[in-house]
Write a protein that binds this ligand. Sequence first.
Ligand SMILES: Nc1ncnc2c1ncn2[C@@H]1O[C@H](COP(=O)(O)OP(=O)(O)OP(=O)(O)O)[C@@H](O)[C@H]1O
Length: 135
Amino acid sequence: MPMASKDKQTQQLDKNKTFIQSLGHALDGIKRLLLEERNFRFDLIMAILVLALAVIMRININEWLWLFAAFFSVIGSEVLNTIVENVVDLIVGHHFDDLAKRAKDVAAGGVLLSALFAVIIGMLIFVPKFLALLK
Ligand SMILES: Nc1ncnc2c1ncn2[C@@H]1O[C@H](COP(=O)(O)OP(=O)(O)OP(=O)(O)O)[C@@H](O)[C@H]1O
């Protein structure tokens, strides 16, 4: 995309006029998560490894559903955490603020809880399969 057109797009303040325009901004958001959020990249790498393991272990449809639920729960809470961090930084800037700390810590706690959910799902699916292999 030419520079002038890209600049115009990033300076947009009015509502999206077409679906393609909305999609472009949503993809920009995903690109930002991938480029700027280390934890998001880590989650994605873990998800790819677990999905590869799931293919190798031939998990059933029920197990696939739980795995995807866990995957999108982690991704969703990472997205929420990133939104909270950005909005808090926008409001308070580089100043220590108790409410800013509370909001960011709660958002981080949400990520931790969804990661715990994913670990529990992963263990419930894979541990019995590994034990069966050892028998
Ligand atoms: N303005 C602020 N006022 C008070 N505490 C803050 C502020 N900004 C950050 N913190 C504290 O620092 C922690 C990390 O901040 P922040 O989430 O911005 O960093 P991060 O490295 O991007 O986090 P993450 O590990 O989620 O990527 C917060 O959980 C909070 O405890």
